[in-house]
Design a protein around this ligand. Structure first.
Ligand code: IPE
Ligand code: IPE
Ligand code: MG
Ligand code: MG
Ligand code: MG
Length: 788
């Protein structure tokens, strides 16, 4: 496809480059003259009055040190020592400066900051008193999105993030990708909130928030899928060139080229990335205002091109000039922030642009400092890694640590006109960066690296190191949140993997105990019905109900595994029977189940009907063999389970009757009876045997109710948009059968909303169940995230 060039991208790039050159010249000059040292020495002497106390409390410091790694404890500590407000104030001020490009001396900005500090403080203090602090993130976000009227954006985003997670190949860090995406989205949302005035109607606010979330995602995708992907070794050199050209072409013509024939092992992944980036690009494009379109293309191109130039520096090149090192760094760090405003089509703001342009380098140097050892390992060229490799032989190289302090001084005095608050916040951040580095790598390594980086500024460094040792109250909320998020993702991933492994191993045990053996007294030469039943019980089922029972019985109620096999069998027999009936021509008329032909098709309807009855009875028989349990309890359980079967029949009957649109209430009721009750049974049957009290049973039932309905909604969604191969059963059967399901009655979007609602209510119910509920929590998220 041929398209006109939209703007003269090369000219734009050159223009920005010139600006970067001028900036770099100014900084080099100040670095050479060492003028920044005097200024900063004065600043630090003033600054330390608030940060270095003559009688540092060792006790408090140790306590703080211990708590600082635990998000909730640390917030609690800050609250109790009266430090929370100050902490949030410097953190939010910093974010206003860095992410929103604001100047802290404006009254309007100060008021905004104060308001945000109060809101965040209230939120944090309230969450401290709630019992449900951990693991509430997704549900909490869903609730927030409901309040703001952006549920559908929330659902859209969780789907998107899941797809990204599923599609990211080994060579890219999927936790990192998710974290970056979320960070970018939050940044864009903040920008949009900042641009709104207080009088905006809730309706308009939700429209703008929805856009912000989608724009944030669309832009955020470029981090994992352009920058990280090109940094990684996933693509071959040729593929990288092809991919880069594709993106350049999109940015210069405004049209994403087709992928044509991409072959090889990356084909599928590239197809996914291409489709996703194309959608993202189209979305951003369609939300551009005419006046801002040009700026958007310019910023995007400069962002892309500077990263490209930066990436193509080689560590082996011994002759990189200071300009070659720093100009792309200045450009990419500035462009990555400037672009956010053009993405949201915000009106031009001179102050924002110049502040942001100068600010980027500071941030980049701080990041490169923090990551220098990781970057060394991966061979990335940054000002630090390059300097460390060549400083002995290249006396002309600019020392990035000296440049870092030069930038700080330039920002404080020239960009922010010596504003005291700005000075305070930037120095906090700088000293905190060194403290974090020292804590991460240990004193020895820290001192070693400082020895190399500060040999020319020894006395100034003496002052800095004193601050690193003694200064207090320099840490930031966004860093705490970052660490918390990384830990949280890691923990979730580990738990998810454990959950999968655990269910896999329980499933294996269950699979090994299901098959029925021929009875001695069978007088017929072949036991037809037994073969039929065993066919249905064969591989392919997920065995979710007996898996839950196993977990409850063995882990929560400490029963002996060997004692509960009859119970496990009984649950799976009941469930399999229900599927045999459900698939009959008189009901759903399905020809595929668990990846195989349905029973009535392999045998015949009569055999299938008899097999269903056979299994239902077998289930009761199994229950009567639970000899190791109190017989009264067993009787109570059989009574309960007979009720379950009758309820399931009621549910199926409703399902077959309801051809017209029914109310949400009826839908819930029908799904609870046909599906929820089966999950309830898998929780309540072991609970009856364990003799738990009514209160606990009530909580379990509540959890089962919401989980069961969420399960059925997901089943309906999968019928609508799933894949027959992975599901092992037909799709689009509900519409064909003119069924009343969550999807056919409410539509796909509303069905998803209902599913998330039940997910949240299920999590709420979990809080009322005593003991360790991690398994049930994972089960619930599996239910809403599953693909089969
Ligand atoms: C399918 O249940 C029937 C519904 C309640 C929607 P499962 O999805 O648990 O089916 P299997 O046992 O894994 O085949
Ligand atoms: C069936 O619901 C519920 C049962 C308990 C059998 P569906 O009819 O939607 O189940 P699938 O999709 O056939 O598994
Ligand atoms: Mg059905
Ligand atoms: Mg069915
Ligand atoms: Mg179904």
């Amino acid at each position: 496809m041929t398209s006109e060039l939209l703007i003269d991208t090369d000219a734009c790039y050159r223009q920005m480059e010139e600006k970067a050159h001028a900036y770099f010249e100014t900084l080099s000059e100040q670095l050479r003259e060492k003028t920044y040292i005097n200024q900063l020495t004065n600043d630090i002497h003033l600054w330390k009055k608030n940060h270095v106390h003559s009688f540092p409390s060792l006790f408090f410091n140790r306590k703080r040190e211990r708590y600082s790694r635990d998000y909730h404890r640390y917030i609690k500590y800050l609250h109790h020592t009266g430090k929370l407000e100050n902490y949030l104030d410097r953190s939010i001020s910093y974010i206003y400066m860095r992410d929103l490009g604001k100047a802290l001396d404006s009254t309007k900005t100060q008021n905004r900051i104060q308001k945000s500090v109060n809101q965040l403080k209230n939120h944090l203090v309230n969450s401290l008193t709630e019992t449900k602090m951990e693991s509430y993130n997704l549900a909490g976000l869903f609730r927030w999105s409901q309040n703001e009227g952006v549920e559908s954006s929330f659902i859209w985003l969780t789907d998107k993030l899941k797809t990204v997670r599923d599609q990211i190949p080994e060579g890219l860090n999927s936790d990192e990708a998710q974290r970056k995406l979320i960070k970018i989205i939050v940044g864009v949302v903040m920008h949009v909130l900042e641009e709104m005035d207080d009088e905006i109607s809730p309706k308009d606010k939700s429209v703008r928030l929805d856009e912000a979330i989608r724009l944030g995602y669309s832009y955020g995708l470029t981090y994992p899928f352009i920058d990280d992907l090109l940094d990684s070794n996933i693509l071959s050199p040729n593929e990288k060139i092809r991919y880069t050209n594709l993106i350049r072409s999109a940015l210069t013509t405004g049209v994403v080229p087709d992928l044509d024939d991409w072959s090889g092992e990356n084909k599928e992944f590239i197809q996914f990335v291409h489709a996703e980036l194309r959608d993202a690009f189209e979305y951003i494009k369609s939300h551009q205002r005419l006046e801002t379109t040009e700026v958007f293309y310019k910023d995007s191109y400069v962002f892309f091109q500077s990263q490209e130039v930066d990436r193509n520096k080689s560590m082996e090149n011994q002759k990189l000039t200071n300009e070659e090192i720093y100009i792309p760094v200045i450009l990419k760090s500035a462009a990555s922030r400037l672009i956010v405003r053009s993405i949201i089509s915000a009106p031009e703001d001179e102050g924002f642009e110049s502040r942001t342009f100068y600010y980027g380098l500071y941030n980049q140097l701080a990041d490169d400092f923090a990551d220098m050892f990781e970057d060394e390992k991966t061979g990335s060229v940054t000002p630090y890694t390059y300097y460390l490799k060549y400083y002995r032989t290249r006396g002309d190289l600019i020392n990035p640590f000296e440049l870092y302090w030069t930038v700080i001084s330039f920002l404080i005095h020239e960009v922010y006109q010596s504003d005291p608050k700005t000075c305070e916040v930037i120095l906090n951040r700088a000293i905190n960066g060194l403290k974090r580095f020292k804590r991460k790598w240990g004193t020895q390594k820290y001192e070693e690296i400082m020895g190399i980086l500060t040999s020319e500024i020894q006395s100034f460094n003496g002052l800095i190191q004193k601050m690193v040792k003694k200064a207090d109250d320099v840490d930031f909320f966004d860093k705490l949140l970052r660490d918390h998020m990384i830990n949280h993702f890691r923990k979730e991933r580990k738990e998810r993997e454990d959950f999968i492994e655990m269910t896999r191993s329980i499933r294996e045990k269950i699979n090994n105990c299901l098959q029925l053996k021929s009875h001695k007294q069978v007088f017929l030469s072949n036991d037809h019905i037994l073969d039929a039943v065993n066919y249905s019980l064969g591989d392919g089922g997920k065995r979710l109900r007996p898996i839950i029972t196993w977990m409850m019985a063995v882990h929560c109620y400490h029963m002996d595994e060997a004692d509960i096999f009859p119970l496990l069998r009984s649950l799976e027999y009941l469930h399999t029977a229900s599927l045999i009936f459900d698939d009959l021509p008189s009901q759903d008329n399905a020809s595929l189940r668990r990846g195989k032909q349905t029973l009535h098709e392999v045998y015949n309807v009569a055999t299938a009907e008899l097999s269903g009855l056979f299994l239902t009875q077998k289930a009761v028989e199994e229950q009567t063999t639970l000899q190791r349990f109190n017989s009264e309890k067993v009787l109570e359980m059989i009574h309960y389970s007979s009720g379950v079967i009758t309820d399931m029949c009621r549910g199926q009957a409703m399902d077959l009757e309801e051809k017209d649109k029914i109310s949400l209430e009826q839908l819930n009721k029908m799904c609870f009876y046909k599906t929820g009750i089966g999950f309830e049974a898998s929780l309540i049957m072991p609970a009856i045997l364990a003799g738990v009290d009514e209160e606990e049973k009530k909580a379990l039932k509540k959890f089962a109710y919401h989980t069961g309905i969420a399960f059925q909604v997901k089943d309906d969604l999968l019928d609508h948009q799933g894949n027959t191969i992975s599901l092992g059963k037909p799709t689009n059967l509900d519409v064909k059968n003119n069924k009343s399901t969550f999807v056919t009655v409410l539509g796909k979007e509303e069905a998803k909303r209902a599913m998330w609602e039940h997910y949240c209510l299920g999590l709420d119910a979990l809080q009322e169940i005593p003991g360790n509920k991690a398994f049930l929590k994972h089960f619930l998220s599996y239910v809403v995230n599953r693909d089969n």
